[in-house]
Design a protein around this ligand. Sequence first.
Ligand SMILES: [Zn+2]
Length: 285
Amino acid sequence: MTDSAEEPVDEPKPIVHGVASALSPLVRRIVAPNPSMMTGPGTNTYLVGIDEIVVVDPGPDIESHLDAIAGCGGDRIRWIVCTHTHEDHSPGVAGLKARTGAEVLAFDARDDLVIDRALGDGDGIEATEFVLRALHTPGHASNHLCFLLEQERMLFSGDHVMEGSTVVIAPPDGDMGAYLASLDRLAALRPRLRRIAPGHGHVIEDPLAKLDEYRTHRLERERQVIGALQAAGTTTIDAIVKDLYADVPEVLHPMAAMSVWAHLRKLADDGRAHGDALDGQWTAA
Ligand SMILES: [Zn+2]
């Protein structure tokens, strides 16, 4: 503990695979052993509640991880929810359901996920001690949900907001315009939002600063993309990537191309660019 303004009052809980760590009175986190460039230290699985538990994102289908979740929550696990259906978030659902019999809820059944009930924007899971409210936040994935734990003003953000790694917006399911609108929507929660528990990385203690940083970063990149497009008149995504990402290792260029494509599609929606395909021609409007 410290009273210095330079440092946070509490050190973040260390990220250790397979061990539950308490983040608040109602929330525990177990990190899956799937670290990578895309997943940071691994996927965060959250257990919300004490007597009745919602598991947020069982993560990948890894036996030891699912055993750890079931071992921690036991038969008090009543619900399993997914923020979205990407491979590091939802494939563990079936194995966890087999272990617990819990009800599975998500925005939709996709990418091999089988659900018991669909959750729409504003739908709540009402447990004895808390309500967990779903917010539809498309952008990273069209079926992405965030979950607000109203009692603790904690938001489970999945891959909409991460700590320590970048959110990839990959069209066509990923949508930059929708992503920015979803960021604004979280910022508008304001007094109801105190902490963000992301799908990867540590708890974010200053949500509004983080959301602002995200927004600024995307809009700056958008300015660079439209600048490159206007300078060239007609160009390709490859050429824009070579220009804007010259200092980024080439192995990351395919990911950068996805991001530039997402920006160009948004600019086309805004009437500022013409084009469509990842490998096609784009022109300034
Ligand atoms: Zn993820």
